[in-house]
Design a protein around this ligand. Structure first.
Ligand code: PLP
Length: 382
């Protein structure tokens, strides 16, 4: 069996989430909008899932809107905010290190005349708060979109400071928390974001299901209109099995935060990093040590191109990514690492090794051996 260290790309569905969802493909297949008792029970299952997702992030269940994926959640929030500020020539401020699921929609806004400013990060991958504050303009309507944690480096952003500054300017805040939820505490009752995006497949729910948190009282313009599901905020017959699985996975992640499972993941990540640092020279660990999710080691191996390492690692039974999965094969250095000020050489020689709650100590020890061997071989031209 291959060793899977690409959990920021996607995760396996938790067996308990699979178990929870299966009946909704069969005996409980009813449309939750139907009127009979069995359908009402299905509707109740969706409500339970909503409560489970809300509980994970400290929200009210009514503030959770289920979506088809994280990309959709980001687009829903950004397009609604764009409509709100559009009539008065508003401004949008994002970080340079956002995922394409934020960058592309805001670039589309720029193409139709909005002012969009991208604020950089420091060498550790954390938002430049001084420049961020300077980019806000209380005299104009605007919104910010800053990710909670980065998908490549795992670096967690200063969300409390971002929210304080944006609120002082009277602006709304969206955060892409897709790589943070289920890995670090994300609490909307403590950090005053207005919109927050979630994707199920990053924390052991299936692909193709997500959620958007919308703070109560925040104006919202639906992107998909129709039968009025999700309180009119996202119409379409609900994907009940996936929503049930998303809810179950959310509850399991809440448990993992409490019972030390995530702390164990961090220890394994640390074990991986210290073993690689001991065995190999010219190894650099990228991103903040202090502010990061517990599951990512982002490592540059001097003298090795990730493009050469990846197929050799794959052949040796280790699956991981260079930068982010979406960038693999595009032949450009990652925009995240460029924003951190890295040379092309360092950016092209880095791997993202991302763990999950299913990663074992044995897998980490084996991964270290495989990586050390492959790096030595590539360096030696073998
Ligand atoms: N935002 C971030 C930070 C991500 O890592 C991803 C997934 O790679 C997405 C958005 C897109 O989420 P989804 O795959 O659910 O559309």
């Amino acid at each position: 069996m291959a060793i899977y260290l690409d959990s920021n790309a996607t995760t396996r569905v938790h067996p308990l989430a699979v178990e929870a969802m299966l009946p909704y493909f069969g005996d409980r297949c009813h449309n939750p909008s139907s009127g009979y008792g069995a359908a009402k029970a299905v509707k109740q299952a969706i409500q339970t899932a909503r409560e489970q997702v809300a509980s994970l992030i400290g929200a009210k269940p009514s503030e959770i809107v289920f979506t088809g994926c994280g990309t959709e959640s980001n687009n829903m929030a950004i397009k609604s905010l764009a409509r709100e500020i559009g009539r008065q020539r508003g401004k949008v401020v994002v970080s340079e290190i956002e995922h394409s699921a934020v960058l592309r929609p805001v670039e589309a806004m720029a193409a139709v005349g909005f002012e969009v400013e991208k604020v950089g990060v420091d060498a550790e991958g954390r938002l430049d708060l001084e420049r961020f504050r300077a980019a806000l303009d209380p005299a104009r309507p605007g919104f910010v979109s800053v990710m909670w944690a980065n998908n490549e480096t795992g670096v967690v952003q200063p969300m409390t400071e971002v929210c304080e500054a944006a609120k002082a300017a009277g602006w709304h805040i969206h955060t892409d928390a897709i790589q943070a939820v289920g890995k670090v505490p994300v609490r909307v009752d403590e950090v005053r974001v207005d919109f927050l995006s979630i994707s199920g497949h990053k924390f052991h729910a299936p692909k193709g299901v997500g959620a958007l948190y919308i703070r109560e009282g925040t104006p919202f313009e639906p992107m998909v209109r129709g039968g009025g599901q999700e309180a009119g905020r996202r119409s379409g017959t609900e994907n009940v099995p996936y929503l049930v699985a998303l809810g179950r996975a959310a509850a399991l992640m809440e448990e993992a935060e409490r019972d030390g499972t995530l702390a164990r993941v961090a220890r394994l990540r640390d074990r991986l990093e210290s073993a690689l640092g001991e065995l190999l020279d010219q190894v650099e660990f990228n991103g903040s040590r202090e502010y990061r999710t517990p599951n990512v080691a982002h490592v540059s191996f001097g003298g090795c191109a990730a493009a050469e390492l990846l197929p050799a690692l794959d052949a040796a039974g280790l699956q991981c990514s260079a930068g982010s999965a979406c960038m693999t094969g595009k032949g450009r250095p990652s925009h995240v690492q460029k924003a951190m000020g890295y040379s092309d050489e360092r950016a092209f020689s880095s791997l993202r090794l991302s763990l999950s709650i299913f990663t074992s100590e044995e897998e980490i020890d084996e991964a270290v051996e495989v990586i050390a061997d492959v790096v030595e071989r590539v360096r030696g031209g073998r």
